[in-house]
Design a protein around this ligand. Structure first.
Ligand SMILES: Nc1ncnc2c1ncn2[C@@H]1O[C@H](COP(=O)(O)OP(=O)(O)OP(=O)(O)O)[C@@H](O)[C@H]1O
Ligand SMILES: Cc1ncc(COP(=O)(O)O)c(N)n1
Length: 263
């Protein structure tokens, strides 16, 4: 059994964050563990309130896991503020963590700022260089580079510019463009497109969290990065295809569609 750790925020409605990650891990047959960085009060309609966990408590959770259990991959999502980011970077270096996937979560689908704007520089300098792969969406690319990606050609330039921040590789998600949902991987050598038709579904809460958690799981299972992304995208498309209405807003994707058609 492979052991996976997610370091992220809790989503009380279960669609994104820690909850999406743990469901993804379970669906892909790996053991899931969690370090919570923030508790959000949110539902399918939006985020109501956030309480950040202290830097000391984030450290204590990471130490408790690594002290006792081998960790085969780490997925990082919502990290809230510069102090938490610095602590995660220090702790992961101390524990020599491997297969780190960073989803640089900044703003929720509903528009709530899940990362303090002043934390973007710390994220770029201290956390992104530790990752095997970083998976920004297009608004996050804009926040990191200061210019907007409006088409696939510009995604290619953005991938190269983000890579040159000192990253091992970057996967830019194209879900926010019109048309197909194509993602682009750049590893310093090759630009590789992962293409998928846009599924006409409204319930897509947690797609970004699910994709990065699935990539971490596939890396832990021993797949190379290209295969891990390909398999994760295919898993995510199935989860979006079987997504379902829940609450009054944007419902979640269905993680266990391979096992149960209905939840
Ligand atoms: N309607 C869709 N059909 C198929 N794939 C999609 C669709 N929407 C998004 N995706 C895919 O889902 C993944 C997440 O994409 P997106 O760009 O929406 O990220 P995100 O904004 O980080 O997600 P989240 O909204 O959960 O934070 C990408 O692989 C993207 O291509
Ligand atoms: C705790 C947490 N982490 C990440 C997201 C992003 O997901 P989305 O963009 O689908 O709202 C979220 N809403 N909440």
């Amino acid at each position: 059994m492979k052991n996976l750790l997610t370091i992220a925020g809790s989503d009380s409605s279960g669609g994104a964050g820690i909850q999406a990650d743990l469901k993804t891990f379970a669906a892909l047959g790996v053991y899931g563990m969690s370090v919570i960085t923030a508790v959000t009060a949110q539902n399918t309609q939006g985020v109501e309130r956030v309480e950040e966990i202290s830097r000391e408590m984030v450290k204590a959770q990471i130490d408790a896991v690594f002290n006792d259990i081998p960790v085969d991959a780490v997925k990082i999502g919502m990290v809230s503020n510069p102090e938490i980011i610095q602590q995660i970077a220090l702790s992961l270096k101390d524990w020599k963590a491997i297969n780190i996937v960073v989803d640089p979560v900044m703003v929720s689908k509903s528009g709530y700022h899940l990362l303090k704007p002043e934390a973007i520089e710390t994220l770029k300098k201290e956390l992104l260089p530790l990752a095997r792969v970083v998976t920004p969406n297009l608004p996050e690319v804009k926040a990191m580079l200061g210019w907007e990606v409006t088409d696939e050609e510009r995604m290619e330039s953005a991938a190269q510019e983000i890579f040159s921040l000192g990253l091992e590789s970057v996967l830019i998600k194209g879900g926010h463009l019109e048309g197909a949902a194509n993602d682009l991987l750049f590893d310093g050598k090759d630009l590789t497109w992962f293409k998928s038709p846009r599924l006409n579904k409204k319930n897509t809460h947690g797609t970004g969290c699910t994709l990065s958690a699935a990539i971490a799981a596939h890396l832990a299972l021993g797949y190379d990065l290209m295969t891990a992304v390909e398999k994760s995208k295919s898993y995510l498309s199935g989860a979006i295809e079987h997504s379902f209405p829940l609450g009054h807003g944007v419902g979640p994707v269905h993680h266990f569609y391979r096992f149960f058609k209905e939840l």
